[in-house]
Each structure stands twice: as C-alpha cells, then as structure tokens.
Design a protein around this ligand. Sequence first.
Ligand code: DP6
Length: 359
Amino acid sequence: MNEKDFIPLPYTKTLENGCFTWSAPSNIALVKYWGKTGIQIPANPSISFTLDACKTITTLAFEKKENSGKYSFDFLFEGQPKESFHPKIEKFFDVIQQYVPFIKNYHFTIDSRNTFPHSSGIASSASGMAALAMCLMSLERELNPEMTHVHFYRKASFLARLGSGSACRSVKGEMVVWGEHDEITGSSDLFGVEFDGEVAHIFKNYQDTILLVDKGEKQVSSTVGHGLMNGHPFAQQRFTQAHANLSKLKKALAEGDINAFIEVVESEALTLHAMMMTSLPYFILMKPNTLEIINKIWQYRQKTGVPVCFTLDAGANVHVLYPQQYASEVLEFIKAELLVYCQNNQYICDQIGKGAENL
Ligand code: DP6
C-alpha cells in the first residue's frame, strides 16, 4: 500500500451535522520508535502493548458550513476552551486534509479529556491523536458507507500516525507493530498492524504499573529527540538492533520465554535513553529516582525470582511490567519499596487493553 490508497473516492452521501465519541488508549513500546524521516516515517519498526486505563476520550461535533474553503474548529479540554492546543491540531488538519477532504466543509467542536491526571508526564499525544482520528473516520464512513472495516481501522491508524508517530499504535489490537519488518506480515511504515504472532499464556493480560517519578514538563520533546537521530553516531547500529530485537521478542512471545522478553524490553528502554545521552546536543530525561527504581526492581527480581521488569518512555516515569499471576506480590513490593521514589506517591495501575472504543 502507499499514501495514495488513503485518498478517498468521491463521497456518495452528505451529512449536515452530528457528533461522534471515541476513546483511545495510550500505549507503551517494547521495541522503541526513536528516529524518523518525513512525516513520521519511522527509522525502525517498533512494537507496543496497548494500554487499557490510560485513555483520551474525544467527542467530535460537526456542522456543515455555508462556505466551504478551510476547516475551522473550537477545541475544549475537559469542557474548557484551550487555545494552547490549537497549533498542534491545526498542523494535524493541514497534514491530513488531502486524505480527508471533507474537513474543509465543516466547523468542528473537539472536546477531549484524559482518564489519567493532567501533566502526569504520561504522553497524551498518542491517545489524543488516535481518538481524534477515530472520530474523523466515523464521519468519513458516513460519507462513504461502503468503506470496509479493514480500511476504516487502517486509515484511522494512518491518520493518527500523521499526528504523532506512536499514535498509530493506539487504534486496534493488544499488541501493535508499526514499521516494516521481515517477519511481520503486512507490517508497514504508514500505519500500525495488530501483532498476529503467537503469544504464550504468560503474556496475556500483562500488567503495567506506571510510577510517576516526575510530572514536570520535559526539557526535550520527543519530536526534537527524534530529530537528533539524524547524524547520530550510533543511529545505523541502533536501527539494525531494533529489527533484531523485534525478531527476538517475537520468538520470546511465542515460546513464553519471559527471560528473553525481559532482556529485550529492558535493553530497549536503556538504549532509548543511551541514544538521548549520546545525541548532540545530549540530554538526560531520567531522574535519580528513575535509577533508584530500576535498581530496586533488579534486586527484587534477583531475590524472589518474580519476573518483573521495567521500561521507560521519553521521560522519567517507570513502567513496571509483570504477568497477571504475580500481580498481588508485585503490587505489595511497589507499595512498600517503590512509591517513595514517586512524586506524591503517585502511580497508575494499568494492563493490556484492546484499543479504541466507539462510545
Ligand atoms: C520514546 O510518537 O511521541 O515514546 O512522532 O514526533 O509525535 P512524534 O513522537 P512520539 O514518539 C514516541 C517515542 C517513544 C517511543 C515509542 O513510543 O515507540
């Protein structure tokens, strides 16, 4: 498939007004996307767990305009107008309008809220862009009712990617691969696909407890960080390694090899931050408490044999990952030994979810 496959045929129906509401979850990458070209064409394939509790819920209300020409919108966050979000949405609409030409005929009111605390350091761009993309696709499906289910979700992921790369992994499926990879049939740089490999029982309902280490604004945004992979001295090795790690992870998932899973996931998290530390300019997003937590997790795993591990996103928070069967003892460990390293003892219990939902 290529980009042209997402330019719609002439619309066969019209719609004056209405609204759609979708929720879309956040996701946590196991093999990381770090480095891109163009508009979110990833430099390497990535794979993520879709989350369940951390979501954005977006209502898109639309009203046909007398004079079509350019889209227009109001944006509300938790019911209140939020001007500061306008540039991001405007940029998104500008990029997607060739694929969703109907947008110029409408005035939109976008009302969005997150289930996780605002400024918790949890990126809302993935869930936010995915929820908005779902709403836009619901509208396009009304205009072109013959659209297939497969195309609906694929194009939603494609649009979400144009808003924020990792958002394309927040649309559908418990595990999603984005980026071409030899061993993943149908994988594409343009959209995420549900991981269709075998997944052993131990990885079902995997738990993710997110420890909120630092809720402050990041000093370096992901978009800037991706840019610093251009001309990075270790970039090519890193991109090659990501392909190899995805192969290793696929095998570990199929064989239920949790030690191999842990090795890939923790190595990916540390490599992501190693890339940041070796960029020019270099930067560090981990905090001292991030490292305290990592060391405690290693000690606990060594002492008890409980297969708990960590991953990180582009920030100081730690995602603690473990099989459901160990949930009670790991939560006890987290409460007793890790919460002291969190801002105001804050954490979020999450687990693997299925993707966006029409509400
Ligand atoms: C570290 O998707 O937030 O979380 O495409 O520029 O919007 P843009 O970046 P974004 O990058 C996410 C980076 C990451 C790793 C990952 O999710 O794979």
